[in-house]
Design a protein around this ligand. Structure first.
Ligand code: NAD
Length: 422
């Protein structure tokens, strides 16, 4: 924890997204200048954040906000608190947001932020001071018409409330500066669950296409945070059997299906999955290799690699996490006939409802949950329909189609606007 004297080295997630970008850009004959431009972020912000700890010590943390593109609208993307946060990772995740908002057809660009810290070692008061100090260093470069943060790994509606409050203190009442806020502060109903609900919508549609029933389909989920827990809950409500789920330390397995509500309560109460009755405790490696119909990585990047892809037995991979799969793993899984729904679509539900939240904030008029969920469903399925058509017409995997559609859209916006606002 604390000050990181960092020598930049290219993150694995950057290698992965640059690979996918190059494959897709090659398919659409993107001109050289646009090719180079779209791989570079618009702006990179790195800040040093001094934090007075509860015991009086001063520690310095490193924070980032990488703004990849605002060609299609204000930049949008989460803020992550994790010890592994680094420049390369945030860069990659910022670019992913540009492509994701384009696929979802919502009027945003892409950005991402993070602080290299271990929030589990920080008190709530320290987390609040750290968040407010971070905002004090980036507030001139965020805002409802410029860049709108949201929750990501280890951040939540409470952190968004602090960001909103600190920004408001400096710039006047501005609920639209962040999304994923508590509903009491202008958050949208349905936002907290939206990424998991979107994962369920897409899984259901993909299962339908594959001629498979949801009832009794077996699902393994890596990660029991916001996205994993909600996805598992909604899939169980659709009749799926959640046979395995994990956190960073390990997972649990029951081939007959886990009672996911009880699992979530157990995790909340005990902060571990260990000791959950009627289930075997397994490693995360074992979780990825469980026999199941659908595997849902919902934790961190780069977990499915050339080394472990051969062991995967699922027939469908729905990428709820960002950048979970390496290109080498992609090749192995596609050869095995695994149907892969890429992150750019599978986890777009969160940013889609963030868009709904932002429009509600701008209009100061709030929607009912039914409207949020109906519009989320339509947005996700429309995007998936286009993706499938483009993939089928061009005989490419969904991932290549997703990158190609997104790159073309952003390139067109840049050509129409002029290069200055790429
Ligand atoms: P979270 O902090 O709520 O949960 C992360 C979960 O992953 C936790 O259960 C943690 O224990 C688990 N985990 C961490 N390291 C792990 C490991 N090595 N193996 C297994 N599990 C591990 O975060 P989240 O918001 O649910 O985000 C999860 C993923 O979804 C990330 O890739 C994030 O970028 C992506 N995502 C999140 C949102 C959102 O709305 N929150 C939207 C789109 C994509």
């Amino acid at each position: 924890m604390g000050f990181v004297d960092e020598t930049y080295k290219r993150a694995e997630s950057e290698r992965i997204i640059n690979y996918h970008f190059d494959v897709a850009a090659g398919k659409i004959n993107l001109d050289h200048a646009m090719w180079e431009l779209l791989k570079m972020p618009f702006r990179e912000i790195k800040v040093h954040i001094p934090l007075r700890m509860d015991d009086g010590r001063l520690e310095i943390f490193v924070g980032y906000r990488i703004q990849h593109s605002q060609a299609r609208g204000p930049m949008k993307g989460g803020i992550r608190y994790h010890p592994d946060v680094n420049l390369g990772e945030v860069r990659a995740l910022a670019a992913v947001m540009t492509w994701k908002t384009a696929i979802a057809n919502i009027p945003f660009g892409g950005a991402k932020g993070g602080i290299s810290c271990n929030p589990k070692e920080l008190s709530l008061a320290e987390q609040e001071r750290l968040t407010r100090a971070f905002v004090s260093r980036i507030d001139d470069n965020i805002g409802p018409n410029l860049d709108i943060p949201a929750p990501d790994v280890n951040t939540n509606p409470q952190v968004m409330a602090w960001i909103m409050d600190e920004y408001t203190r400096r710039h006047g009442y501005t609920p639209g500066v962040v999304t994923g806020k508590p509903v009491e502060l202008g958050g949208s109903v349905g936002r907290n669950e939206a990424t998991g609900r979107g994962v369920m919508f897409i899984t259901k549609e993909a299962m339908k296409d594959a001629g498979k029933a949801m009832e009794g389909a077996t699902v393994a989920v890596q990660g029991i945070g916001n996205v994993g827990a909600h996805a598992a809950k909604f899939l169980a409500e659709e009749g799926c059997k959640i046979v395995g789920i994990s956190d960073s330390r390990g997972g649990i397995y029951n081939p007959g299906g886990l009672n996911i509500r009880k699992v979530i309560m157990h995790k909340e109460e005990k902060d571990t999955l260990k000791g959950f009755p009627d289930a075997d405790y397994i490693t995360n490696k074992e979780l990825l290799e469980l026999p199941c119909d659908v595997l849902i990585p919902a934790a961190l990047e780069g977990v499915i690699t050339g080394e472990n892809a051969n062991g995967i037995k699922a027939k469908m991979l729905v990428e709820a996490a960002n950048i979970p799969t390496s290109p080498e793993a992609d090749d192995i899984l596609l050869d095995k006939g695994v149907y892969i729904v890429p992150d750019l679509l599978a986890n777009a539900g969160g940013v889609v409802v963030s868009y709904f939240e932002w429009t509600q904030n701008l209009q100061a008029s709030y929607w009912e949950e039914d409207r949020v969920n109906r519009k989320l469903h339509k947005t996700m399925l429309d995007a998936y329909g286009i993706l499938k058509d483009v993939a089928a017409q061009n005989k490419v995997p969904l991932r290549t189609a997703a990158y190609a559609i997104a790159i073309e859209k952003v390139a067109k916006a840049i050509r129409l606007r002029g290069f200055l606002h790429a």
